[in-house]
Ligand binder design. Structure first.
Ligand SMILES: NC(=O)c1ccc[n+]([C@@H]2O[C@H](COP(=O)([O-])OP(=O)(O)OC[C@H]3O[C@@H](n4cnc5c(N)ncnc54)[C@H](O)[C@@H]3O)[C@@H](O)[C@H]2O)c1
Length: 267
């Protein structure tokens, strides 16, 4: 039987993180690097991705690259994925964390339901959900060639349950319908791919609860009171889940939704 440190060893493994400049993407990059993997960050915000790659390369020399990728553009997304996988010389681990999130400052996004409009809905579905479909198509061959490919998608509690809109009263925050809809879709996309890609590629999803990141105090307080573990999530909470699902610690796990929500969905 292998030891735990052998099961979680990712040395020589090649990974791609879509949305790698984001907060959760950075936690994922840190987790994969600590376990020995090579990491490529893909993000529309190339300046943030390059800055992050430079910082990480100081700690893990020549282990991190960054590519610009706008997931709203199908053709360029396919080309960037092809280029990144070709430059990596293969692929073992694909992580998808890119999304329009609740805190995203996008016109027409964080508005009341009656004002939510189709163009923003379409863009959110494209970034949060459709791009995972495109990435799975582009990565399939390389992940199969790896012999031990893994895909980890990033869902949310709002892919599983509806929002309590009273949490947002008198705050600038919101919870657009397209967000939860895209995350619910990701759960089914994950199950479909887990079935289709077995046994050569494992496909799983993480459903985090809300992450504390400068929200108004009143919102944080309401959120804590609604959560059995009495706090919001922090990025570090996602790190262990990435390490688990990206490594052989979860070698017999596929099609799983790993919920990291402090107990939010048990009530
Ligand atoms: N923040 C939370 O409270 C929370 C809770 C549950 C789940 N999640 C999920 O975690 C994941 C990461 O969230 P985060 O908090 O790190 O958010 P974030 O905004 O820091 O990261 C999202 C990243 O996606 C990128 N992105 C957005 N549109 C893009 C596009 N068109 N093309 C390419 N990249 C694009 C952004 O540039 C950003 O770097 C998301 O899937 C989110 O739904 C977040």
């Amino acid at each position: 039987m292998r030891k735990l440190n052998e099961l979680m060893n990712l040395s020589q493994k090649k990974s791609l993180i879509i949305g790698g400049a984001g907060y959760v993407g950075q936690a994922a990059a840190q987790a994969l690097l600590e376990l020995g993997a090579h990491v490529t960050l893909l993000d529309r915000d190339i300046e943030a991705a390059k800055t992050r790659a430079n910082q990480l390369n100081q700690e893990y020399p020549n282990c991190v690259e960054a590519y610009e990728c706008d997931l709203l553009d199908e053709q360029s997304t396919r080309q960037v994925l092809k280029d990144a996988i070709s430059n990596l010389g293969g692929l073992d681990i694909l992580i998808h964390t890119a999304a329009f999130i609740g805190l995203s400052q996008i016109e027409g996004w964080n508005v009341p339901f009656a004002k939510q409009q189709v163009p923003v809905w379409d863009d959110a579905l494209r970034v949060n959900l459709t791009s995972a479909f495109i990435a799975a198509q582009e990565a399939q061959e390389a992940l199969q060639a790896s012999g031990n490919g893994r895909i980890v998608l990033m869902g949310s509690i709002y892919g599983m349950v509806g929002p309590d809109m009273s949490l947002y009263d008198n705050t600038p925050l919101g919870n657009p319908l397209a967000y939860g809809t895209s995350k619910g879709g990701l759960i089914q996309l994950m199950r479909y791919l887990a079935s289709l890609f077995a046994p050569s590629i494992r496909v799983n999803l993480i459903s985090p609860g809300g992450i504390e990141r400068g929200q108004p105090d009143v919102f944080i307080e309401r959120y804590k009171q609604r959560t059995p573990l009495n706090r919001m999530a922090i990025e570090e909470d996602v790190k262990g889940a990435i390490a688990y699902l990206a490594s052989d610690l979860s070698a017999y796990v596929t099609g799983h939704n790993l919920v990291i929500d402090g107990g939010w969905t048990v009530w």
